[in-house]
Design a protein around this ligand. Structure first.
Ligand SMILES: *Cc1c(COP(=O)(O)O)cnc(C)c1O
Length: 411
């Protein structure tokens, strides 16, 4: 077991909550997903600090498990992967196009592929590529209906013509064409088939303009599981590699996928209070009989949603106990009941995740606040230490970069 550098000793780490990440679950999930797709390439999406699981550790695990591409939204995360010594192709799709951007320049120097969805972005990338003396490698993005990044259908012809010209000028190489579906999480929605048909037209138009994209990619997790006809040359898997449900009707367990993350914290105080005791700010909860209260050292500054008050979401000593009173910034209270026999300070409270049978899942927490489980996981604060464990994970050919800042030690 390994913990990150800010938390020097095990004793210190147990004073706060922690995020436990099971890298073998991520590895197994990727292997299971790869069996479900005939696409020759598999991108593990590690944006948002790998959905809160830890960018570099997840990326290394993903590559060792057979992901041959990594994807991030932000260029800074793509650059961080390179600085950690990861060499597989990386695509990044969100940046501010500016001729003076040191970040874009650095990303191109590090061989990061970037998404390209407008003539304005093209001009910036081509200009920086000219200064660097080598082409920027891009994936043209079609806006197939999400109205997010990418070029709309009516702007596509100009974009592909300009991209082809830039290839001839030596400033651009178009390696891919891609889109992200507005109905990605509802695989059966007819909007998907219509968007994919539009995508195929866009690819044909690009080829007619002289481009020769090697990679067409469309599908994120839900369509990986449900719509093989949308897989093309590469799939981009996020939620599913973390064992999270990518759609309401898709239970990860049915596909052999399991969650990779749990949040735990020690019980830091247990106290008996009489009937009629108000609990937490504004006494929104009042005990109706003598009760035992437990104190958990996590709060909304750690990403614990305030809306979980009153919900039985915390497992301590095999019992599922409710959160009582308002969640505070750094702490919240649980109602241990009229009898706390067998429960004491230092016991581990499992908020959600994999380690304890019967504990709530991130999706249960999401349901309690009317949101999917990935929002729960993504809001867990970076300040919580990530503790990595793995039964199977080995990355034999990875070498720590000399002088790299990745410190790790056995706890
Ligand atoms: C987040 C994201 C993905 C992964 O989506 P999941 O539903 O988490 O699998 C794929 N592609 C793009 C462009 C994304 O932004």
């Amino acid at each position: 077991m390994r913990r990150n550098a800010q938390h020097e000793t095990a004793a210190e780490a147990v004073l706060s909550g922690q995020v436990n990440v099971d890298l073998s679950a991520i590895s197994d999930n990727i292997k299971a997903l790869k069996k479900r797709t005939a696409a020759p390439h598999f991108m593990a999406v590690v944006k948002g600090n790998a959905y809160g699981h830890g960018l570099v550790d997840v990326a290394r695990t993903a590559v060792a498990a057979g992901a041959d591409w990594l994807g991030t939204a932000q260029l800074t995360e793509a650059i961080a992967l390179r600085q950690a010594g990861i060499t597989v192709p990386v695509l990044s799709w969100l940046y501010l196009a500016s001729q003076t951007s040191a970040t874009i320049r650095e990303a191109l120097e590090y061989d990061v592929d970037v998404s390209l969805g407008s003539v304005g972005q093209l001009e910036v990338l081509a200009g920086i590529a000219r200064q660097l003396g080598r082409p920027a490698v891009v994936h043209l993005e079609l806006d197939s209906g999400l109205s997010r990044g990418g070029a709309r259908k009516e702007d596509w012809a100009e974009l592909v013509a300009r991209a082809r010209q830039a290839e001839l000028d030596g400033t651009l190489t178009v390696r891919g064409i891609w889109t992200h579906l507005a109905w990605a999480d509802v695989p059966a929605h007819p909007g998907n088939a219509a968007a994919v048909a539009g995508f195929q037209d866009a690819v044909a138009e690009a080829r007619a303009a002289g481009l020769d994209p090697e990679l067409r990619h469309v599908s994120s997790s839900a369509n990986i599981l449900d719509r093989p006809e949308f897989h093309f040359d590469m799939v981009r898997a996020g939620l599913a590699i973390y064992g999270l449900a990518p759609a309401d009707h898709l239970d990860p367990a049915d596909f052999g996928l399991r969650p990779a993350l749990s949040v735990t914290a020690p019980l830091v105080m247990v106290k008996k209070v009489p009937a009629g005791t108000g609990v937490s700010y504004e006494h929104q909860a009042i005990t109706h009989e003598p009760r035992y209260l437990g104190l958990i050292p996590l709060g909304y500054a750690d990403g614990i949603p305030k809306g979980i008050s009153g919900r039985s979401l915390v497992q301590i000593a095999g019992r599922q106990v409710p959160v009582i009173g308002k969640v505070c910034m750094d702490q919240f209270m649980v109602d241990l009941g009229p009898d706390a026999a067998g429960i004491g300070v230092g016991d581990t409270a499992v908020l959600f995740g994999y380690p304890a049978a019967g504990a709530a899942s991130a999706d249960d927490w999401g349901a309690a606040i009317g949101s999917p489980g990935d929002e729960i996981i993504n809001r867990i604060a970076p300040r919580l230490p990530r503790v990595y464990q793995s039964s199977a994970y080995e990355c034999p050919d990875y070498q720590e970069p000399a002088g790299g800042e990745q410190t790790s030690h056995v706890a």
